[in-house]
Design a protein around this ligand. Sequence first.
Ligand SMILES: *Cc1c(COP(=O)(O)O)cnc(C)c1O
Length: 408
Amino acid sequence: MRAEAHVAAFGTADGELAVGGIPLTRLTHRVGSTPYFAYDRRLITERVAGVRAAMPEGLSIGYAVKANPMPAVVQHLAGLVDALDVASSGEMRVALDTGVAAERVSFAGPGKTDDELSMAVAAGVTVELESVGEAERLVAAGERLGVLPRAAVRVNPDFAVKGSGMRMGGGPQQFGVDSEQVPQLLKLLGDQQVEVTGFHVFAGSQNLSTDILLEAQRRTVDLVLELAESAPGPVTYVNLGGGFGIPYFEKDQPLDLRPLGENLHRLLEDHLRPRLPEAKTGIELGRYLVGEAGVYVTRVVDRKVSRDRQYAVVDGGLHHQLAASGNFGQVIRRNYPLVVGNRATEDAAGPVTVVGCLCTPLDLLGDNVDLPAVEVGDLVVLFQAGAYGLTASPIAFLGHPAPAEVLV
Ligand SMILES: *Cc1c(COP(=O)(O)O)cnc(C)c1O
């Protein structure tokens, strides 16, 4: 997907990129300083509506808070989705602060401490068990508090999902309980003080292949039905994961949700609902809901030519938006889409290399990008910054100030 398509999604005003309908120069004055992250609430709302329209009726849509835990963003999403998935005590606090019912919050992630387990039990959120040891510690936390814990088993499937940007299931994993060990765990928990509601299978992240996602959906449902036979009581909760990717690079095509929704519809109607009539079934999405709704805005502080290469040096960098530098899980560095936001409708004048302000060659934001004639003071905008941006970046590296974040 090309940068022009991202500009079109946000829209333009007065020849500038607009976020939340506000032209970029005006928005920058409103924010008061650069660099900053801006998230467009209209785009988030439309994205959730698009997912709902494509997915089968009654399927629960969850938001994985780790993609973007800004409280205003989580609050906005809390009013749009059915569930919030958190992966730390901090995220759990943000989720509960939105006012969603604790039954709609689930807590996944390895390495949950006893304190975090107690917090989850006290709050009444569902703990997605990552190991036998964690299950035992959860039961103990419930006994200490005199509260019955609610848990689901996170399953490490016996299959891997190819083509994922990050694989989180199949083979040996720190995530979840190996599927072949789940029946034994369920038997163990059968006579313990814990309510086991069901299963969570999350096999991978950032997948742009419909075929692979279809296959993952089928195999996940098969696995859940097989494991449900060992459940101590009725299965009331099934979390099928997600893994829907977004197009970061020019050659990437956006996902077509229709076949994914139709596939899930058939799997639910023909298999899941007849066998597990009490199960509330859902998917959970992080970057797909917020990633394309965010931009990272930086200001050009210097222009230079070094041995025929044109450079624009901006006041931001990988300390805020690590992924755009190619250092967050990419094998081969490719450019994230970027534009000069205050010249959004001008023609390109030639290749410019955009670098951040950190004193390391890793701080490369755009390698030879065709841009309009860039001047000091211009606003360089990096797209696809709504997920895994600020909170997935080494903000203390080199000691520059933190960026602002706004939801417009
Ligand atoms: C990270 C994570 C997600 C979200 O992944 P995205 O690629 O942002 O959709 C969902 N579920 C679990 C368990 C995760 O760890």
